[in-house]
Write a protein that binds this ligand. Structure first.
Ligand SMILES: [Zn+2]
Ligand SMILES: [Zn+2]
Length: 999
């Protein structure tokens, strides 16, 4: 057949490059490849030999070429469309394109998940154009995550419009002038290209002005769906819910068509984003050029190596794109390359987000027109912006995800020439992990894209926005699950109830303006001394990167931050020329607000919950760009920054701690190193950057009562990342332990336990101790729980008070204690519960809350126990009044009822009118269970195993203490109601209500 013949001759496949401009029928006209180029094979051999002579190992994989698979549609496309396709050189459709068209025709929501440049645009354009040829009144809204893609797609689209068919396409975005916008509103084109920002800020709030669009809205296209993840994706889920709601108000129910780069959860993500079930099409019919993929682990600076490789590629005439992970690095590599080879001049550019649109457009055009031979960029050029064919792709550092790696690598390959991808490993944990495990790297599945539509802050903001667009009915189907939130917003006065009580209105006009869907918190404008905007930075980053004194880079130019104004959202800078960069020093603290889920692995309890995190930038360090030597530290006086988020944490039992300390390891250094290494591997499981995740390690966390490591989402409200980590925690422990054991460094390095983001300058860190801690957590190295008291020593401290307290017990002020006891005999033994004064004391355990220590009493010491209780300022317990005190009545004539007692069970009963078991409350509130039951304890006592009874009793005391702590802090405990719903039980554990006020 003619097409495949031609393809064989020229090696050009118009669809593969997703280029559908008229010129594309003539391949050389569009993206002329320099004619006499060396074979990439030969260059790869040279490189390999070079590394071999220097004794550097490299890994090389050949990714074979793949021939295309075509298919035919059941019913052919209308002739005018085929004509248009032929004009751009397309004679047949790939299998995935046919599958998408058939699914769209059947009224399903197709989602195409195929490689970069596999002709994905046709999968939505063809079914829509087919429909429009039959129904000119229908409208389609095409959404692209970034503006540059709208421009790119419009050009593509215009070549496909059948001439004279009366079908029009136009862009509306923030750059569209008001007069033009007015025309588009009155008479919207059939195909309207836009972005989620404009949808959120204009199409939705001003829907009445856009009613022609909404009334006829037949299709919504979501391109690059995988970019809708994290904070942005969580916002988009709500913007799209609002879209469906506004459309419904006009009687429209648009069909969605989406495409995405490869991720592991396309079905789940698309459903979370749109509320619809998608038909996922992932069998890629597009051909692939053969590629060489080289993994390099430089011994010197990876950036110098990258600069050198970039120059080598350019000298060989390979059009090259280099991806750096940080804006700073992209700028530096471009600068160094230009300095090394001044003849490069304007043929090499840097490109990144934060540049102005005109700067970006100039680079895109330069690449496309071959005026540029190379570009150094951040992720900004990862999306499908057509910059023409490329020959080589340098990944300066692992891009952070398998999805990104192949997305970036997919940019190269033009004509029939083989292409080259080189990954230059950085001294970072993930890079080194993959360099040591190349099979894992090349065979690893794609990650999941995570969104969290339940993020309270995001949900709340969009709920108010929705109410401002169309009043919320009390039975609103789109927000049926948010009744409580609606009521809360009503209480806060943000929603107003209509007089007839059927609808809520937003009090504020235009609440959309206060929602930045790209971030949590408003973006800051970066202004030079003349007041000229040089870029933007989002609020959370600004706190860390734009504090006064920080050095900020833009287009190779360094700027010193003069002032950060978080109220006005402005950063003032001045240009400087210096040889150092800055890193912030910060301190962090966290408080558990609520436990959402608990699990256990090898005896290690771990939890997922809501956390309150307080961060404070205390100062910063200056380090030399070359060599990274510290020049100095500088203090800052900035206010703390507090936010609520979602995180996971696990306890490090005292026995494990003792095991680690016995080897001479530094315990704090060990858990700090565990925290760093775990965070570094987090991106193996979810699409994120290590800087999206925060961590704090505690030798003793006041709420947990022992050592604990916290890992949390670094965004207010959380975005589902650590929630994912929580599900795979044991696996993450294992991978982290492997990482530490495999790193050949002596005492920790950036490839294992150092973190570039550490607020305490990577101090203290103990790599050996970290490995040991992980072995303990995994159950690989045994440890014994030292909380078990030694026989000769009944009074043992389990944890140390936070502040040293040398006071003697006998002279100390009356303390607050938690108390529980075990008996010698059962109710059956003594003839029923009402005979409990005859049950006899086996063990009484008092936990002193002020001194953080246990005091244990057996029957011979009962007088001491009673003295302890009688002189306490407060006695906290569970069922004290109806049980424990009655048992003790047999030993002393004390007015038990007058003791300052906080009986948790009594509080429960007063509130609910029925009683709950300690085990039930502990499980629901803390995610913890009792270690045994009372019958077991009686059996131990009878068998003479008093130590086990003591341990059991201590566990119950600790459980009671944690319930008390939780209730005091949160004002509620959790229990499960009769219908199985976990609900709150309000409590007031204010000590003053129960304790002895004066003595
Ligand atoms: Zn190391
Ligand atoms: Zn740290």
């Amino acid at each position: 057949m003619a097409t495949s013949n031609r393809r064989r001759q020229t090696g050009f496949d118009p669809q593969r490059l997703s280029m559908m401009r008229p010129v594309k029928a003539h391949p050389a006209g569009r993206s002329p490849s320099p004619p006499s180029l060396p074979h990439v094979d030969r260059f790869v051999d040279e490189l390999r030999q070079g590394y071999a002579t220097r004794g550097h190992p490299v890994h090389l994989r050949k990714i074979p070429s793949k021939s295309p698979s075509y298919a035919d549609l059941g019913d052919p496309l209308p002739e005018p469309l085929w004509d248009a396709l032929r004009r751009i050189g397309v004679d047949r459709l790939y299998t995935h394109q046919c599958a998408a068209i058939e699914a769209a025709r059947a009224g399903r929501h197709p989602l195409v998940v195929t490689s970069t440049a596999s002709g994905k645009s046709l999968t939505y354009l063809l079914p829509i154009l087919e429909h429009l040829l039959a129904d000119r009144s229908a409208r389609a809204l095409l959404l692209f995550p970034i503006k540059a893609l709208e421009q790119d797609q419009l050009k593509t689209l215009q070549t496909l419009l059948p001439p004279g068919a009366g079908i029009e396409a136009a862009i509306v975005d923030g750059d569209t002038p008001a007069s033009r916008r007015e025309k588009l509103r009155a008479n919207p084109p059939q195909l309207l290209l836009s972005n989620p920002d404009l949808l959120h800020l204009s199409l939705l709030p001003y829907h009445a002005q856009w009613r022609e669009l909404w009334r006829n809205l037949r299709y919504v296209v979501l391109d690059e769906l995988h970019t809708y993840r994290g904070v942005f994706g969580s916002h988009i889920a709500h913007v799209l819910r609002r879209l469906r709601r506004v459309a419904a108000a006009y009687g429209a129910q648009p069909q969605f068509i989406a495409c995405s780069a490869t991720i592991s959860n396309p079905a789940g993500l698309s459903e979370q984003l749109t509320g619809h079930t998608f038909h996922v099409i992932d069998a890629d019919g597009a051909p692939q050029q053969g590629k060489h993929f080289l993994l390099i682990n430089p011994t010197g600076s990876a950036y110098t190596e990258a600069t050198d490789l970039l120059l080598q590629c350019l000298r060989k005439g390979l059009k090259t794109i280099a991806f750096a992970k940080a804006r700073k690095i992209a700028e530096l590599i471009a600068m160094w390359a230009r300095q090394t080879d001044p003849t490069l001049g304007g043929r090499l550019a840097a490109y990144r987000a934060g540049f102005r649109a005109d700067e970006r457009r100039a680079v895109e055009q330069g690449l496309f027109s071959e005026q540029l031979s190379g570009v150094v960029t951040t992720s900004a050029l990862e999306l499908g912006i057509d910059v023409g064919g490329l020959d080589a792709c340098l990944l300066v550092g692992y891009p952070g995800s398998i999805t990104s790696t192949w997305q970036r690598g997919g940019r190269v390959g033009r004509g029939r020439r083989e292409a080259l991808i080189i990954l230059i490993a950085l001294p970072d944990a993930l890079d080194q992990y993959f360099f040591r495990h190349p099979d894992d790297f090349f065979g690893r599945p794609f990650e999941a894209a995570i969104v969290d539509p339940a993020n309270r802050q995001i949900l709340t903001a969009h709920l108010v926005a929705a109410a401002s667009e169309v009043p919320l009915r009390t039975d609103d189907p789109f927000y049926a699950a948010e009744k409580d939130l609606i009521r809360a917003l009503h209480d806060q006065g943000r929603l107003l109830l209509s007089a007839d009580g059927t609808e809520w209105y937003a009090r504020e006009r235009n609440p959309q303006r206060r929602i930045n869907i790209r971030s949590l918190g408003e973006a800051c404008a970066i202004l030079d001394q003349a007041g000229r905007a040089i870029g933007t930075i989002d609020g959370i980053r600004a706190v860390h990167e734009c504090h006064p004194g920080a050095v900020y880079l833009h287009q190779g130019q360094q700027y010193e931050i003069l002032n950060l104004d978080l109220v006005q959202h402005k950063v003032h800078v001045r240009p400087v020329s210096i040889d150092y960069y800055t890193t912030p020093l910060a301190e962090k603290d966290t408080e558990v607000l609520e436990i959402m889920e608990s699990m256990e692995h090898q005896g290690i309890p771990y939890h997922l919950g809501r956390l309150k995190v307080t961060e404070r930038v205390l100062g910063y360090e200056r380090r030399r760009i070359f060599g990274q030597d510290k020049i100095g530290s500088y203090r800052l006086d900035l206010p703390p920054h507090t936010f609520e988020t979602v995180g996971l944490w696990f306890e490090v039992p005292d026995g494990l701690k003792a095991m680690v300390e016995q080897t001479g390891s530094h315990f704090m250094g060990s858990i700090h190193a565990v925290e760093h290494a775990m965070i570094s591997l987090f991106p193996l499981y979810a699409l994120c950057d290590r800087s999206d995740i925060g961590g704090i390690s505690y030798p003793i966390h006041p709420q947990v009562g022992r050592a604990a490591i916290f890992i949390y989402d670094g965004y207010p409200g959380g975005i589902g990342l650590t929630e994912r980590g929580f599900q795979v925690l044991p696996e993450l422990f294992l991978k982290t332990r492997q990482l530490l054991d495999e790193c050949t460094c002596e005492a920790g390095c950036p490839s294992c336990v150092h973190s570039p983001k550490c607020g305490s300058g990577n101090k203290p860190l103990d790599k050996q101790g970290a490995s040991l801690t992980l072995q303990g957590l995994l159950g690989e190295t045994p440890w014994t729980d030292t909380r078990r008291p030694r026989p000769d020593h009944l009074v043992a401290a389990v944890s140390h008070p936070r502040k040293e307290d040398d006071a003697d017990t006998t002279t100390a002020a009356p303390c607050a204690v938690v108390f529980d006891l075990e008996t010698q005999r059962s109710a059956d033994d003594v003839g029923g519960w009402d005979q409990r004064h005859r049950m006899g004391l086996a063990v009484g355990v008092v936990y002193d809350l002020d001194r953080a220590e246990f005091r244990v009493y057996t029957e011979p010491q009962v007088d001491a126990l009673i003295r302890d209780l009688v002189r306490a300022r407060l006695v906290v317990g569970f069922n004290l009044r109806r049980f424990d005190f009655d048992v003790l009545r047999a030993y002393a004539d004390v007015d038990w009822n007058s003791l300052p007692t906080l009986d948790i069970l009594e509080c429960v009963y007063r509130r609910l009118g029925f009683r709950l078991k300690l085990d039930h409350l502990a499980q629901e509130t803390l995610g913890e269970r009792k270690s045994a039951d009372g019958l077991q304890s009686l059996a131990w006592f009878k068998a003479g195993e008093i130590e086990r009874v003591i341990e059991y009793c201590k566990q119950d005391v600790l459980l009671t203490k944690r319930l008390y702590d939780f209730g005091r802090q949160h004002g509620y405990l959790l229990y499960r109601d009769i219908q199985g719903r976990a609900v709150r039980l309000p409590v007031d554990f204010d000590e003053n209500l129960f304790s002895r006020q004066s003595r």
